[in-house]
Write a new protein. Sequence first.
Length: 481
Amino acid sequence: MENQLESLAVDANGEYAIAGDHEGNLLLFDLKAGRLLNHAAAHRSWVTAVAINTSSGIALSGSWGQKEPGIRLWRLFDLSPTGVLSDHGPSVEHLALSRDGRWAFSSTRESVAVWNLGERKLIRRYDMPGNSITDIAVTEDRRIVASYLDASIKIWGASGEVRNHLGTLKGHYSPISDIAMRKDGHLVASTARSDPDIALWDVSTGTPCGRLTGHGNGILALTMLPDGKTLVSAGQDKLIIGWDLGAAKELWRLEVNSDQITSLAHMEQESGQLVISGDLNGDVLFWEPHCGKVVGALPRREADKPWRSHPPAVRSLSARPKYGQLLVGTENSVEIWDVASLQRIHVYSSVLPAIYDSHYAVALHCLPDERVVSAFTDGLVLVHHVDSRIEAWTDDVDNVRSFWAGAVGLAASDDGKYLVLATKKKAVQIINMATGQNFAVFIGDSEMLACACSVDASIIAAGDAEGKVHILHRHRSKNDR
């Protein structure tokens, strides 16, 4: 038989392969012996997809067009027909089988389907009009990995739930500006650039559990204290407001003399919690979170340009409570300050001198060890040791890694094992910090603008440019304690 082959699948042990050709034939091969075992006329059109499972003794095949809708089942070695999954519809593009042979997975260009082979029953279909699926694969725990023509990948669960995407929460109608999550992962607060309200979400049910109203304009920054009881917000209306999350009510408010608060952070000290704010005027203030009283400020820095009347704008903040330090990302540097003495320890103003004129650290995050993560507006993410004065970045610097991810939001597990990036490439990336490699990637429909995670990063919230909040679940690895 010399017809053109259209599809091919190999069994899990690498012993047998099944192929489909342009004339609608199935061909079974013994790979160890290097010979054709059997063949059968299966379809009236070319065979577009095949799958094989030797442990259960079955094979699947699908064809193109309206002539033969459905997926055909075959007894493996004699290639005799055993049934048809008729609910699939025309044009089967891809097929896969679970390792135990009990579940089948199929796709067209715009949908993915899950089948119970014992009952010959369609369990779930995921319709994705407009997307072009290029291939599917199945993991040992029956998660479906689908790739798309736009270079995105999505992971689905066989039980009918999206395994790594627990839900999409729609409570805003403009791009998400910030997200905060309680450490246990059960409560999420979100806000948007044109929304004066803060939405509260119950992660376990995926439903709204409150709305905090008090700002007169869009809200730009949020920070939640570690006890999960107090939230602080900063808005375009020059207000900073403290909230009691348990009672869903305002605790205090204070109007600040600032063009715009750009960032909020919190730090735990022996004397209690501090909330820290940074603004476009370059000011960094310390607040008592339960009454809204200003208790300190960083010394005002000098203007970096002759035409400026104020220091460089503060774009991001991150605290290192273990060391009593604060990182301040400005328009032309990353500064490290000792909070107790109000002394500046380091200034990283020449990490990438070629880009600093037009790019700045849009997000900062301090890991529990000696490392700092800085995300720049050009898409570069640097990971470096906080006590290393890096004068130039090169590929052979051992304590620096870079990911060209377009990140604008950062979060991390408390132990520093996992870093979460929200990127303008519509992705949420989870980085295994031990290897510097992607642990998992979730692709949404629009730019991801903010993220937060639970204490171990097993639950992640990410907000996008359409005002949606995505709740994601990081599937635990065997190394997780």
